[in-house]
Design a protein around this ligand. Structure first.
Ligand code: ACO
Length: 373
């Protein structure tokens, strides 16, 4: 049973368990958690598998020193980045997403035909159309899936995860793919030292599945919070190539098909909003940051993550930072960070994990997860 937030009394009388999911409440009557197709029934969902992919070629700070007026020392001190992976010409976002998706599907013990929905959070689709979701569907052979791209910049993964999870929770689908994938090198100006040192290419995919009542326990995707603030648009954007300023000789000569940003405005907004949204989501569940086992934020700059973590009073051992190896891969940073934490043994089954992101738009997101695999 699902009702608008704030009306919990009836659920209590019905004897079910009330779970707030985003702006709705989820009521699970005992033994009735998982009814596919029942109008209004929300099921518990979880991340059933996680896989990532980065292209093999590495672009180091030393390489960038030869391209623009910068230094390894400046990049490391100001951003925390040592190297990033970059695609070879002809390799696109759907190619990276395909590798991550096939690995995630196999890890879940599924086949591509089991996937019913593909949501791709990306800022660098292969083409404006067809969507990257269509290309991924074809490349992995997910013959029963539908899907779409989702534009939320650096919040692409948290938004895709929420969208996929809610579609599974609704009972519409049993298994969905949520993908964060970007080839940022395709929209970066390698003559602009203020941006070209920051970004890399990569992909992450998770299989989001319904949990049945027996195995649910208290694991799974617990809740989400998202915001957008369009007043921040000019601070981080690609000025041309859309309907406002289609490609022309002037836009190309003006180098307007590249990422432009006001770094300090983005930096300050990211720190402030990360803290705000995390505290808001946790408070909804009577939790504080001290209840978290792991904080996995979007990796835009080591100093942004450390400042946000300090505001949340989180000790370093609960904060995942892997930006030194990948740079900012936009949609892929959070799955890459989760995967590294899992490989290091820092992320374990039963851990309470908070994912958080801020991106161009501005977009803001947080997803609270009790890790289940
Ligand atoms: N190498 C050497 N010097 C540089 C470089 C470079 N690569 N880039 C900039 N500088 C210089 C500037 O020209 C400036 O020189 P000046 O003082 O002579 O004018 C000086 O360094 C300081 O520049 P600032 O922009 O003030 O440096 P800041 O400490 O703010 O760091 C940075 C810049 C790294 C971009 C930072 O603002 C940042 O990370 N902002 C967040 C933006 C971001 O991550 N956006 C991407 C995605 S959005 C998201 O994910 C939230």
């Amino acid at each position: 049973m699902v009702r608008k937030a704030g009306r919990t009394g009836e659920a209590g009388r019905a004897g079910g368990v009330v779970r707030r999911v985003g702006e709705v409440e989820q009521v699970e009557a005992a033994g009735e958690v998982n009814r596919v197709g029942k109008a209004g029934a929300l099921r518990r969902t979880h991340i059933a598998a996680l896989a990532t992919y980065v292209p093999p070629r590495v672009l180091t700070n030393a390489d960038l020193e030869k391209m623009v007026d910068t230094s390894d020392e400046w990049i490391l001190q100001r951003t925390g980045i040592r190297e990033r992976h970059i695609v070879d010409r002809g390799v696109a976002t759907s190619d990276l997403a395909k590798e991550a998706s096939l690995a995630a599907i196999a890890q879940a013990g599924l086949t591509p035909d089991d996937i019913e929905l593909i949501v791709v959070g990306t800022t660098t689709p292969d083409t404006i159309f067809p969507s990257t979701a269509c290309l991924v569907q074809h490349k992995i052979g997910a013959s029963r899936a539908w899907g779409f791209d989702l534009g939320a910049a650096c919040s692409g993964f948290t938004y895709a995860l929420t969208a996929a999870s809610q579609m599974v929770a609704s009972g519409a689908h049993r298994h969905a793919l949520a993908i964060g994938a970007d080839v940022m090198s395709s929209i970066i100006d390698y003559q602009d030292r203020a941006t070209c040192v920051l970004f890399g290419d990569g992909a992450g995919a998770v299989v989001v599945s319904a949990l049945d009542g027996r195995s649910a326990g208290d694991v799974g995707i617990i809740d989400f919070a998202h915001e957008i603030d369009g007043s921040g648009g000019p601070a981080l954007c690609m000025p041309a190539g859309g309907s406002l300023r289609p490609a022309s000789r002037e836009t190309v000569e003006g180098r307007l098909h590249y990422v432009k940003q006001d770094g300090q405005t983005v930096f300050k907004f990211a720190v402030r909003k990360t803290e705000e949204i995390c505290r808001r989501l946790l408070a909804r569940h009577g939790l504080t940051p001290s209840d978290l086992n792991l904080f996995v934020s979007h990796q835009a700059n080591r100093r942004i993550i450390e400042s946000a973590a300090a505001r949340l009073d989180l000790p370093a051992d609960r904060v995942v930072i892997n930006i030194e190896r990948y740079g900012n891969t936009t949609g892929a940073t959070i799955p890459l960070a989760l995967n590294d934490a899992r490989a290091d043994g820092r992320l374990k089954q039963g851990d309470l994990v908070l994912l958080a992101s801020v991106g161009a738009g501005f977009t803001v997101g947080a997803v609270l997860v009790r890790w289940s695999i």
